[in-house]
Write a new protein. Structure first.
Length: 277
C-alpha cells in the first residue's frame, strides 16, 4: 500500500431507498403489517461519503423517477458527485426494517450500477479508490479493476455480504486492498474462525484489515491486532451503519490517525447512524 494517501474517491452506487418498517420479517406465504414507509437517498457511496466528508463520489445516474429523486436530493445537500449519465432507468433498494432496527435489502439494479471504461479518466487525480462489492458483482464493471491495475491505484474495498456473487474476489485480493468488512464476512471470506481468518487475509493482502463486530465494537489488523469497544446505542435503523464506519475509516487514513483513534471515531460514526442521527 502506498504511503501518504490524501485524495480518495468513492466509486460506488447511490440509490433511492424505499424503506418499509414492518412488524416482523415474513416467511414465504406469510403476511406482515407495514408500520411506516419512507423514501430516502441511500446506497453505499452516499453513506460512505457522508461519513468521510472529504471524498467525492463517482456514481452513474440514469432516467426515471428514481434517478430524479437522487439528483434532486444531491442538489439539496450540495453533495460533491461525479455523475455520468446512463440511458437507462435507475433502480431502487427496497429495505425491510424490523422493530429492532435490523434491515433486509431487496435491490432492483438499474443505471446506478453501470460503469463505462471511457469515463474512468475522471479518476486520474485520485490516489485511493473506494470500491463496494455490490458494484463489483456486475461483470461489465470489471473495467474499474482494469483501470486501477493499469494506473496502479490502491483500493479500499468493502466486499459486503454477497461474497458468493463476487466473481472477482480473488483478483481484488491480489491487488492488496485495504479491507473493511464485518466479522461474519471475515470468517466467510477466510473460511476460518475470526482471529485466524483476519491473520490469513492479512498474509494475502499485506494491507490493513478493518472488521466491525456489531455492538461489541471493531477490530483492525496490520500485523498487530487492535480492538476498540463500542458505546451502547438505542438502535432505530441499521441501514448504512457499516458504510458510515468505512467512511470514517477512510477519513482517518487521510488524516493519518493512529489505528486506535480510527476505530474509535468509526465506532462513533456508526453508532450515530444506528440511532438515526
Amino acid at each position: 500500500m502506498k504511503e501518504n494517501l490524501c485524495n480518495p474517491c468513492i466509486v460506488a452506487s447511490i440509490t433511492t431507498d424505499i424503506i418499509l418498517y414492518v412488524e416482523f420479517l415474513p416467511k414465504r406465504q406469510q403476511d406482515t403489517k407495514v408500520l411506516k414507509t419512507e423514501t430516502r437517498i441511500g446506497g453505499c457511496a452516499y453513506h460512505v461519503a457522508k461519513a468521510c466528508q472529504i471524498a467525492p463520489v463517482f456514481a452513474p445516474v440514469g432516467k426515471g423517477s428514481n434517478a430524479q429523486f437522487v439528483k434532486d436530493a444531491l442538489i439539496q445537500e450540495d453533495f460533491e458527485c461525479i455523475m455520468p449519465t446512463v440511458d437507462q432507468d435507475n433502480g431502487a433498494c427496497y429495505c425491510l426494517v424490523e422493530p429492532d432496527g435490523e434491515r433486509t435489502f431487496m435491490a432492483a439494479h438499474g443505471a446506478e450500477y453501470k460503469y463505462k471504461e471511457e469515463w474512468l479518466d475522471e479518476l486520474e487525480e485520485y490516489d485511493l479508490i473506494y470500491l463496494s462489492g455490490i458494484d463489483m458483482e456486475v461483470k461489465e464493471n470489471h473495467c474499474i479493476i482494469d483501470y486501477c491495475k493499469e494506473k496502479d491505484k490502491p483500493i479500499f474495498l468493502s466486499p459486503g455480504p454477497r461474497l458468493e456473487f463476487l466473481y472477482c474476489m480473488d483478483e481484488l485480493l491480489d491487488m492488496h486492498p485495504i479491507l473493511h468488512m464485518n466479522r461474519l464476512e471475515c470468517e466467510i471470506l477466510s473460511k476460518l474462525p475470526f482471529e485466524e481468518g483476519i491473520r490469513k487475509l492479512y498474509e494475502r493482502t499485506k494491507s490493513l484489515i478493518i472488521v466491525t463486530d456489531g455492538e461489541f465494537g471493531s477490530y483492525a489488523y496490520d500485523g498487530t491486532l487492535y480492538y476498540e469497544p463500542s458505546e451502547k446505542a438505542v438502535i432505530k435503523n441499521t441501514i448504512g451503519a457499516g458504510d458510515c464506519h468505512a467512511g470514517s475509516c477512510l477519513h482517518s487514513l487521510v488524516e493519518r490517525d493512529d489505528i486506535q483513534t480510527m476505530l474509535r471515531k468509526a465506532n462513533d460514526s456508526a453508532r450515530l447512524k444506528l440511532m438515526n442521527k
